[in-house]
Design a protein around this ligand. Structure first.
Ligand code: HEM
Length: 211
């Protein structure tokens, strides 16, 4: 099924949009760290850890990540091999934007952060004895290095999405004339929300620790 490059692009788009829904859900939960605060965040994490639907979705999410990363690396390798006859990355202008030309690098940087995050948060969350998830998450921002990495990673993800979101719809065949402006605008809103939202949380708690 994935033999043609169009099918591969479509699969890439579906996996990317699946990850977008995950990251928006993740952001909405993390924002409860700022408001209303500890109690609601603990409840939300408990819900995520015990809800049957979420538990079923968890391995699917892992597979989605693995697929997206593997396919992203493969498509990039194919692009490099076939240059200068590179398949089109439409972004509305003759010159591809910086974000569209560097999807692999922003993606690999996000991947590096994901591995750090997995080790620092997911492993103790799933397999350790965590008294308070609020303390675990906010405690990580006591480290300036972790906070900086966090902010850079979500800035990278914001850049990834500023091109990726609308590109995914182009891959799925959304008509350029009618939808392009709207999708680009929505993609930029999501990119800013993700980049700024996660970064503000990290910076807020970092400065709280300095007090
Ligand atoms: C939460 C994390 C991520 C989200 C939400 C995300 C989202 C997206 C979206 C929506 C696209 C557009 C798909 C298309 O053009 O049809 C995309 C493309 C891409 N992603 Fe990601 N991505 C994430 C992480 C990663 C990671 C970790 C990598 C690591 C290699 C990566 C590599 C790529 C590449 C190379 C492309 C461009 C593929 C191409 O058009 O040639 N992404 N991503």
């Amino acid at each position: 099924m994935l033999r043609t490059s169009v099918a591969k692009k479509m699969a890439m788009a579906v996996s990317g949009l699946f990850l977008v829904t995950f990251i928006l859900l993740h952001l909405s939960i993390n924002l409860t760290l700022l408001w209303p605060g500890r109690e609601v965040f603990e409840k939300a994490v408990h819900f995520m850890g015990t809800n049957l639907f979420i538990r079923i979705m968890e391995p699917i999410l892992f597979l989605g990540f693995i697929f997206h990363i593997a396919m992203g690396i493969y498509l990039e390798w194919q692009n490099r091999k076939n240059r200068p006859v590179k398949y089109e990355k439409y972004n509305g202008s003759a010159v591809a934007s910086w974000a569209s030309r560097n999807m692999i690098w922003t993606g690999l940087f996000v991947l590096f952060f994901l591995l750090v995050h997995f080790y620092n948060y997911y492993v103790p969350f799933r397999y350790g004895k965590v008294e308070s998830h609020y303390d675990l998450v906010t405690g990580l921002f006591a480290s300036p290095v972790y906070t900086l990495l966090y902010v850079l990673a979500f800035t990278g993800l914001g850049i990834h999405l500023s091109h990726g979101f609308q590109s995914a719809f182009q891959s799925l065949g959304a008509p350029r004339e009618n939808c392009y402006k709207f999708l680009r605008c929505l993609g930029n809103i999501i990119a800013w929300l993700v980049g700024l939202g996660f970064s503000l949380i990290a910076l807020y708690f970092y400065f709280q620790h300095l007090k």
